[in-house]
Design a protein around this ligand. Structure first.
Ligand SMILES: [Zn+2]
Length: 279
């Protein structure tokens, strides 16, 4: 009886052990089978992201080649560095379409506008920018794109505009469409941000210049604004608004139509070349 009981107990123990062993095996089989598909899914995702990235890069490269003459005129090595900086910019700065889609072309043009003025400064990053808002059309002071007074094509500023830039999508594209019209709203707004790096948007980009150049620069600004006001200049009228607009407008011309700018405004060409590290 006792033996029987023992035998019975032994059998029961064996059975329990067997059940435990089976459970352990089942646990590992289930775990493995779960793991394999999830690993595969991850790999698939990775491949897709890589492919997507390549596709985007091609699209971006195409946009640069077709629309950005500054990029087209670079040598192969500089082109690569420009492409890398486009990628870095797009990873760093949020671009949001407001009532419109921020397409790949728009993103590339915004990045190009940011990089062109600071291309000679490889470590530059826009510390005073975290988001670019893209409006479908020019807007008015109330940020509406409807009405007769919608003449603002781009904007940066302080207060609620801190860290933000607004660009009109049509104006941004137009800026890269007409190569020699001396107008590029993207470059214009980024020049304001460069000017703002020292704490003030005042037409004196202190981060780009030595102190002793401030006074000669101010004198040159007033001389050139005077020429615009007397209609003796081919720098557009908006540049005569004040010192900061003069810097932004003259810089658009400098980057868009380098050769003509040098010929017509040699003194200004020298100092802007110095600011933007081209000399
Ligand atoms: Zn401006």
């Amino acid at each position: 009886m006792l033996i029987l009981t023992f035998e019975k107990q032994k059998t029961m123990t064996e059975q329990i052990l067997m059940i435990v062993a089976i459970l352990i095996i089942v646990y590992f089989v289930v775990r493995m089978s779960k793991k394999i598909p999830s690993k595969l899914a991850q790999d698939d995702e990775l491949k897709l992201t890589e492919k997507e990235e390549l596709k985007l890069s091609k699209e971006r490269k195409k946009a640069l080649n077709e629309k950005v003459s500054f990029y087209k005129n670079l040598n192969d090595k500089d082109k690569l560095s420009f492409e890398k900086r486009v990628l870095d910019f797009l990873n760093e700065i949020k671009i949001t379409g407001v009532d419109c889609e921020a397409e790949e072309l728009d993103r590339v043009l915004i990045a190009a506008s940011a990089i062109i003025p600071v291309f000679q400064f490889p470590n530059w990053s826009y510390r005073n920018l975290d988001e670019v808002l893209l409006y479908p059309l020019p807007f008015n002071a109330h940020f509406s794109t409807e009405g007769d007074d919608t003449n603002i094509q781009g904007m940066v500023g302080n207060g609620f505009m801190n860290g933000k830039m607004i660009l009109s999508k049509t104006s941004l594209r137009q800026g890269f469409q007409a190569e020699f019209d001396k107008k590029n709203v993207g470059i214009h707004e980024f020049v304001h941000l460069i000017d703002a790096e020292d704490g003030a948007i005042d037409g004196i980009p202190k981060v780009l210049m030595k102190q002793q150049f401030v006074l000669p620069w101010m004198n040159l600004i007033y001389k050139k604004i005077n020429e615009i006001e007397k209609e003796k200049s081919d720098i557009r009228l908006y540049g005569a608004t004040n010192e900061e607009e003069f810097l932004a407008v003259a810089s658009e011309y400098f980057f868009e139509h380098h050769v003509q700018f040098k010929k017509k405004h040699p003194e200004l060409f020298e100092i802007l070349s110095y600011f933007y590290g081209a000399k």
